[in-house]
Design a binder for this molecule. Structure first.
Ligand code: ATP
Ligand code: MG
Length: 273
């Protein structure tokens, strides 16, 4: 499906501020993979998704999608095949447009047709069906401006938009991190539902180790621009959070350094009452 070969990304090269955000990454994302990505602050997780989506160019290495070299392909050309959602609910949707206009834009992504043709009655029916899957009643609000929705509703809409045209790859960058706990739970349930029913190949960054273990068939851990762990199948299924933290220390030679990850881990395991 997607292959990254010897991919490196340097910010501010040849300056005192030089950052090696991705250090010789080799990754083969197979069709149907649901990969969760976890790692310390600044490990390169977001940069990894950005070079895959084309939001950032690479300094070295090559990317191929279904056998085609896309290394030089700009983001808007990859958008028909690759959907990306980040943690900001305001980023994935257009506030001043209605729900159905947003969906029409998503539907036309990568297609060469005008917006007018998109919103007809049969298209509306298809939008209603897709929105009903969110279980948030959005299908009854097609004409509502997106700016009137809550953060959770906007992320749900962003998910529906990103998956409407069945992308070859769905990229999620801590897409529940900015939501309250209940909305985050709803969005994770919707994510799992869409990934499963549409059989979407997905890469999801999370700072929640429980989620990293519970969701998906494969788990990648990043540290200082490298992939230091890549676990799948039974090995992943059997793993507990403390074992994962241990594996991190063994592979990186350091303690895990992300306050959000550790706080949630402590909270979930009731280490502090
Ligand atoms: N546009 C940019 N310009 C300069 N440096 C950047 C840029 N984007 C990322 N970096 C740097 O690259 C490194 C990797 O950043 P990245 O955002 O990919 O990390 P991350 O793993 O997503 O971290 P977090 O868990 O905090 O989201 C960091 O040192 C970061 O400061
Ligand atoms: Mg990030």
């Amino acid at each position: 499906m997607i292959k990254l070969n010897n991919v490196s990304k340097v910010f501010f090269p040849h300056t005192p501020n030089e950052v090696l955000a991705l250090n010789n990454i080799n990754l083969h994302i197979k069709p149907g993979d649901f990969i969760t990505v976890i790692g310390s602050n600044g490990a390169g997780k977001t940069t990894l998704l950005k070079v895959i989506s084309g939001a950032e160019t690479v300094n070295e290495g090559r990317l191929t999608l279904a056998g085609k070299d896309i290394t030089a392909c700009p983001e808007h050309e990859r958008a028909a095949d690759i959907g990306r959602i980040d943690q900001n609910p305001l980023a994935g949707t257009a506030a001043e447009m209605t729900i159905e206009e947003n969906l029409a834009l998503a539907f036309l992504r990568g297609k060469k047709r005008g917006l007018g043709q998109a919103v007809n009655e049969s298209r509306r029916q298809c939008f209603r069906q897709a929105l009903a899957e969110t279980r948030l009643g959005l299908e009854k609000r097609l004409q509502a401006p997106v700016g009137t929705l809550s953060g959770g509703q906007r992320q749900a809409l962003a998910l529906v938009m990103a998956t409407l045209a069945l992308p070859k790859l769905l990229l999620l960058d801590e897409h529940t991190a900015a939501l309250d706990p209940q909305a985050a739970r709803q969005i994770m349930a919707l994510t799992a539902h869409l990934v499963q029913t549409k059989n979407l190949t997905t890469v999801m960054i999370t700072h929640n180790m429980e989620h990293a273990l519970r969701f998906g068939n494969r788990l990648i851990m990043m540290h200082r621009g490298r992939i230091i762990l890549d676990l799948a199948g039974e090995e992943k299924a059997q793993l507990t959070v403390p074992q994962l933290i241990e594996k991190f220390s063994a592979a990186s030679g350091e303690d895990f350094a992300d306050d959000r990850v550790l706080l949630e881990t402590v909270h979930q395991n009731n280490v502090v009452a």
